[in-house]
Design a protein around this ligand. Structure first.
Ligand code: TTP
Ligand code: MG
Length: 536
C-alpha cells in the first residue's frame, strides 16, 4: 500500500461548504413558523429534502410523500418545484465566499469548494499558537511535517469564520470539510452534520477512504463506472486500491484508471475551478401527456415567463433560445427528447419592449413546429426552454470602438446614479449592456463607469446623425420582407433565420401573389455600403 504523503502534495488548503437541508432552510427563512414543525419539500410526489426535525422521524431525501406521511403524519409540506428562490440564495452564498478567494467552484446549488491557500499562507506568516476549530477526522495523532498541519489548522479557523458569515448574513447553517484536496474536504464535511465542520489531516486520508461503505461514496465515481468496476469484481475501496493497475486500465481506460486509483488513496489533484455564470439558463417541466397545441402553448408561456425572470436576474443578454420536447411513442413505449434552437433578437432583452413575451413565444412556437407535426397525433411528456448563449461584445468591432469612445467622454458628467439607471433601462443599444454584465464582480468604480456609458450611449444614439454614431444593433445586412398575413410587430422581432423561413414558406405557398402584389416589393439589401452612401 502506498503512503499518501510520499506521493501527494499537501500545499493547498481547500474548504468544502454544504448548506444544511438547503431547500428547507430557504423555506424556513421565508416563513419562520416552519422552523418549529417537521417540514418536507415536495416536488411532484416526492420529498426531495426535509428539515432536521422531520429527519428525526426517519424521513429521507427522495422518499415518496405517502411513505413520509406514514412516518410522520404531522409532516408539513412546502412546494419546492419553483427553484427561483433556491437559485438566488445559492448565488448569494457563492458571492459571499468570493470575498475569501477568487477560487470558488460551485457544485450543484448548495455546495461550493473554496481554495483559501493564499489567505492561509498569509496567516501562517503571522505565527502564534493554534488549535483546531471543530471536529478532526481519524484516530491517528501522527502529523506530517511539511507544514500542512499548521496550514490546515489555520484553515479550520477560516472555515469557521466563513460559516459564521453565511449564518449572520444569510441566516443559513452549513457544514464544512477542510483538507488539502477537494475529495477529502468533501468527504470530511459530511462526517458531522448539521452545522458542524471537520478537518482531515493527510495522515488520516487512507483511514477516511477505507471507511467508505461503497465505491459510489467516492465523488468522481458515478453509477456507470461503479457498475463497470462491480462487473470486474472491484467492489470496495480496498479492492480498488489492491487491483492490478494493468487490469484496471483494461476496465476503465488509462486516464480514468489513474484518476480513480488515486482517489481510492485519497489523492485528488484537480484544482478548484472558479465557476463563471452558468452557460445556459433553463427550465423544464415534466407532464403526464400533452397532445393539443393550446396546452403546449400555455405550458411554454408559463416556462418562458419564469425563465425571463431568471434571465433578468442573471443580467446577461441571451442570444439563443432552445426548446426541448420529450415525446412518448405509444407503439414502441419509448420516450425521447428532441431539441431545436435559434437566435433571438437581443434588443428584446435590453429595452422595455411591449409584448416581449408574445414576441419570444412566436419564435418558441416556430421551433415547436419544427419538432412536432401538429397534423399528426402526439404525446408530449416534458417541455423545456433555455437560453443557451449570451451576448459578448466582439473585440475590435464598431461597437467596441464606440463604447471606448463613449466611456472616455462620459466619466465627467455623473451626478445621480439612479437617474443613470433609469435612462439605461430604455437604452436601445444592446452591446453596451452586455459589456457591463459580463464582468462577474465589477468593482463599484467599474460598475459606475459602465452605467454611465449606457446613459451616454442612449443620448448619442438618439441624436444620431453621422455614421460614426450609427446604432450598432441596426446594422442589419439583409432584411426579410414581412408576409402580409403576419403581424408586423411580432415579425420584426423574430430572428433573421425565422423571418427568412416564414417568408420562404409564404413564397412557396403563394408565388403568384408575390409577383403581382404592388405592396410586396422585392427587398433592397440593406448593406453597410448603402448606409454610408445614404448618410453621406
Ligand atoms: P443535498 O445537499 O443532498 O441535501 P440538503 O442540503 O437538503 O441536506 P443536507 O443537510 O443533507 O445537506 O441537496 C441540496 C438540495 O438539492 C436539497 O435541499 C434539495 C435538492 N435535491 C433535489 O432536488 N433532488 C434530490 O434528489 C436531492 C438529493 C436534493
Ligand atoms: Mg446540503
Amino acid at each position: 500500500m502506498m503512503s499518501t504523503s510520499e506521493l501527494d502534495d499537501h500545499s493547498r488548503c481547500i474548504i468544502h461548504i454544504d448548506i444544511d437541508c438547503f431547500y428547507a432552510q430557504v423555506e424556513m427563512n421565508k416563513e419562520p413558523k416552519l422552523r418549529s414543525v417537521p417540514l418536507g419539500i415536495q416536488q411532484k410526489n416526492i420529498v426531495v429534502t426535509s428539515n432536521y426535525k422531520a429527519r428525526e422521524f426517519g424521513i429521507k431525501k427522495c422518499m415518496l410523500i405517502a411513505e413520509a406521511r406514514k412516518l410522520c403524519p404531522d409532516l408539513v409540506l412546502a412546494n419546492g418545484e419553483d427553484l427561483h428562490d433556491y437559485r438566488q440564495t445559492s448565488y448569494q452564498v457563492t458571492n459571499l465566499l468570493q470575498r475569501y478567494s477568487a477560487l470558488v467552484e460551485r457544485l450543484g446549488l448548495d455546495e461550493n469548494f473554496i481554495d483559501v491557500t493564499t489567505l492561509v499562507n498569509e496567516k501562517v506568516k503571522q505565527g502564534g499558537d493554534l488549535s483546531v476549530v471543530g471536529n478532526v477526522f481519524g484516530e491517528s495523532s501522527e502529523r506530517c511535517d511539511c507544514g500542512c498541519t499548521r496550514r490546515l489548522t489555520l484553515c479550520t479557523l477560516v472555515a469557521q469564520e466563513i460559516r459564521d458569515l453565511i449564518k449572520s448574513e444569510l441566516n443559513l447553517t452549513t457544514c464544512a470539510g477542510v483538507a488539502h484536496n477537494k475529495l477529502l474536504a468533501k468527504l470530511a464535511g459530511s462526517r458531522h452534520k448539521p452545522n458542524q465542520q471537520t478537518v482531515v489531516f493527510p495522515n488520516s486520508a487512507l483511514e477516511l477512504m477505507l471507511s467508505l461503505s461503497s465505491l459510489m461514496s467516492i465523488p468522481g465515481i458515478g453509477r456507470a463506472m461503479f457498475e463497470q468496476l462491480h462487473k470486474s469484481d472491484i467492489k470496495t475501496v480496498e479492492d480498488l486500491q489492491n487491483t492490478d493497475f494493468k487490469k484496471l486500465e483494461t476496465v476503465t481506460g488509462s486516464d480514468k484508471a489513474h484518476f480513480i486509483y488515486n482517489l481510492s488513496y485519497g489523492i485528488d489533484k484537480t484544482p478548484v475551478k472558479p465557476s463563471g455564470k452558468p452557460q445556459s439558463i433553463g427550465l423544464e417541466d415534466a407532464c403526464k401527456s400533452i397532445s393539443v397545441e393550446t396546452e403546449v402553448k400555455k405550458k411554454l408561456e408559463q416556462l418562458l415567463h419564469r425563465l425571463l425572470v431568471l434571465v433578468t436576474e442573471d443580467g446577461r443578454v441571451p442570444k439563443t433560445i432552445k426548446l426541448t420536447v420529450r415525446k412518448f411513442d405509444k407503439d414502441s413505449k419509448i420516450s425521447h427528447r428532441e431539441t431545436r434552437q435559434c437566435n433571438v433578437n437581443p434588443s428584446l432583452f435590453t429595452s422595455n419592449q411591449p409584448n416581449k413575451d408574445a414576441k419570444i413565444m412566436a419564435t418558441v412556437m416556430h421551433l415547436f413546429s419544427r419538432i412536432i407535426d401538429p397534423k399528426k397525433p402526439y404525446h408530449i411528456t416534458l417541455l423545456g426552454l433555455s437560453f443557451t448563449k449570451f451576448q459578448e461584445l466582439p473585440r475590435n468591432s464598431i461597437a467596441s470602438f464606440l463604447r471606448k469612445d463613449l466611456e472616455v467622454q462620459s466619466v465627467i458628467s455623473i451626478e445621480n446614479q439612479s437617474a443613470v439607471e433609469d435612462a439605461s433601462s430604455s437604452a436601445p443599444s444592446t452591446s453596451n449592456v452586455a459589456v457591463e454584465v459580463e464582468s462577474p464582480t465589477p468593482s463599484p468604480k467599474k460598475l459606475k463607469l459602465s452605467l454611465v456609458s449606457k446613459k451616454r450611449c442612449f443620448r448619442e444614439y438618439e441624436d444620431c446623425e453621422s455614421p460614426s454614431k450609427l446604432k450598432v444593433a441596426e446594422l442589419c445586412l439583409d432584411s426579410v420582407p414581412c408576409p402580409p398575413d403576419a403581424d408586423k410587430d411580432v415579425f420584426k422581432e423574430l430572428p433573421w433565420e425565422v423571418q427568412k423561413e416564414l417568408w420562404d414558406d409564404y413564397k412557396r405557398k403563394r408565388p403568384s401573389e408575390i409577383f403581382c402584389s404592388s405592396q410586396v416589393k422585392k427587398s433592397k439589401p440593406n448593406t453597410l455600403l448603402n448606409y454610408f452612401i445614404r448618410n453621406n
